[in-house]
Design a protein. Sequence first.
Length: 369
Amino acid sequence: MGRLKFIDAARSIAIILMLQGHFIALTFEDYYPMIEKVRSGTSSGNILFDYWCRLRGFTAPLFFTVTGVIFVFLLLKDNSESFWQQKRVKKGIRRAFTIILWGYLLQANFASLDYYLAGKINSRLLAFHVLQCIGFGILVLILLYGIQRSLKRISLLAMLLVMSMLVFLLHPILKSLPKDVFSDTLPVIIQNMIRGPNSVFPLIPWLGYVLFGGVLGYLLRKYHDRLLNKWFPLQLFVFGLSITFLGRILFYTIDWCAFTDVKFIPIAPIFDRLSQITGLLSLLLFLERVIGIRNGAFLLMGQNTLVIYILHVILLYGAIIGIGVKSWCEHSLTFLSSIIGAISFIIFFGILTYTQDKLQVKRRNRIIE
């Protein structure tokens, strides 16, 4: 089994969910009043919107988890060389810093260049968002792998699993602290990584998804020769359910025994997400084994997530250039118009990635000729 197409398919699903989610959230005229009703535990009055909100909440966990899956799977492909000589380690570090750099660059705007040159920094410029979290997540995976290579006696699987659980457990503890707990001791850019004024996707709890993805990547690499086994998808699914079940038992036990004033049960939905993600990966693996997953625009989107993410932020929000869909259609479309626009947005990126791939193939053929 060569490239894991079911992983590419999962990445494609994640990027498609992100594209439609961001487009509708930006353009739908009644988004904010309806989303507030959903968050308060009531219905928005539109069943379709209610289910869409639940689906949208699945996007980011899937994105972060799949990042950990594919990186660790590739990282463990060849352990014959020393840590610093491994191609995947070097490439991973470069990739991580590139992603982090793009994350901060996309928060800048050339229309505010004079403002920046005057030595002023917009607080949004220092926000900790998706790309920053993914980049740091990759660096943490490399760090844990390096520690394991040095100590040797500690299992990388155990390290990844324990660290992911600790990150999730820290989430309610951190939420129980005052919002300005780090304001007097840490720079804003560091605060945003943990819990600051612009923490969009802070390391806690989102790093936990990347680390748990590393757990799945480890298992897929270790049992790579069994991926075609008819029972492996079911075994993978049961593993995900077990994590959720054991996590809930742990939280209920801690809260019941009153070890601390912090309540851990509210983060149980995080573990529900883990089982859902594992279930999706199991289903995609099953489909790949039974009917196959063909190469095409759909899979290509999953293989070009960084490019798509960067372009969609520029086109939607006007990042860097200052002009985008936001300039004309921010919260001004009906729900149906937003849905049609979101579908068109997805099709645009599907055609773009497919065309780009065909052009790259032609260039390679010309070079060979």
